[in-house]
Write a protein that binds this ligand. Sequence first.
Ligand SMILES: Cc1cc2nc3c(=O)[nH]c(=O)nc-3n(C[C@H](O)[C@H](O)[C@H](O)COP(=O)(O)O)c2cc1C
Length: 387
Amino acid sequence: MSTEVAVGSQAVERALPAAAGAAERLRFFLQWAVLAPSRHNTQPWIFEIAGDEVRVYADTSRTLPVADPDGRQLLMSCGAVLVNLRLAAAHFGHATSLELVPGHRRDGLLARVRLEERSPSTPEVEELFRAIPRRRTNRLPLDGREPPEGLVTTLLREARREGVTLRPVESHQRRVVADLIAEGDDVAWSSSRFRAELAGWSRTNRSPRRDGLPGYALGMGDVAALVHPLAVRLQNPARAEAERDRRRALGTRALLVLSTPRDGKAEWIQAGEALQRILLRATAAGLFASYFAQPVETPALRRRLADAVGDPGAPQVMFRLGYGLEPRSTPRRPIPDLLRRMEQAPPRPAALAVRPAAEPTWTATPSEPIVLPAARGAEPPRAEAQA
Ligand SMILES: Cc1cc2nc3c(=O)[nH]c(=O)nc-3n(C[C@H](O)[C@H](O)[C@H](O)COP(=O)(O)O)c2cc1C
């Protein structure tokens, strides 16, 4: 069995040997898993493979103590990884089951995905699988064309199936929401700690590093990308960022808020899974997404955002969808750097909560917020940190 698809920026064409065992197969599928989005492209995940099981861990050395002190977005990224991994398995003819590990574990273990029986792929899987390497965040200007008729409705339905809510920001809510975005930008960019954290994840266009944000992802040429980390540390671009984002929020056709009924570890992973499925569907329709994280990352604004869009739950991410020029893909770390262990045959621990492949509903797990070790004690002062 082989794939013709270039895998994101790795652009490899790799064949899965017909005789590959379960562990080799899972390792192969990780190539698609890691194409998931993550805040600042931190790629905060680690894997272990034991026979027919892959364990997904949060990489607590890759937290964002300022932008994401609770690890909420980190877990969303890991949720997106789970979707990609299972889609890759499904494309190559394997059902999977997912076991989410409840509560907070010191070792960061979040989930186990197991290969189950062989089963043929479906047109839906194929559509989403093909979109994995084509999905990318597009921070460049998007044009003013409407998304295709019915797409937003399809996305709302997809969100419901995943147990989350997706709300389009209606025209009468636009100005208030655009103001909240601008206010969030102001809080974030005025924080020297936020800017220092971002600078630490900024990369030049030719950086050999396989994580973080290359300047080209922000629309920068080589020289601008070279000076960007220093400029971000020294200058406060809050006003310009706020005005640009306000304009974008007002001008965009599809501005969407994804929220969950409650706000805990399980919901964050769930939100990430739903987000990824929504992004893949939008990608399949030729659309790009970009995000407005600041009002969700700032606690006081998060509540006001929920009120502004009439949401009784907890907003997890806000993004816009539109058409534009395809940006270059961002780098990903090589699999050997992320795969901590690989064994052929594991002992099988008892399942805590198993979600079979064909069952889209969420198996309830305790929803207390987790505190990731690296973030513990790093609760920053409000005005500075919640950017
Ligand atoms: C939960 C979440 C929030 C994000 N928020 C922002 C954001 O506020 N601004 C932004 O430019 N990108 C944001 N991103 C996008 C990441 O920077 C992007 O996924 C990463 O750089 C990898 O690039 P790719 O999405 O093109 O693969 C967010 C991603 C996730 C998963």
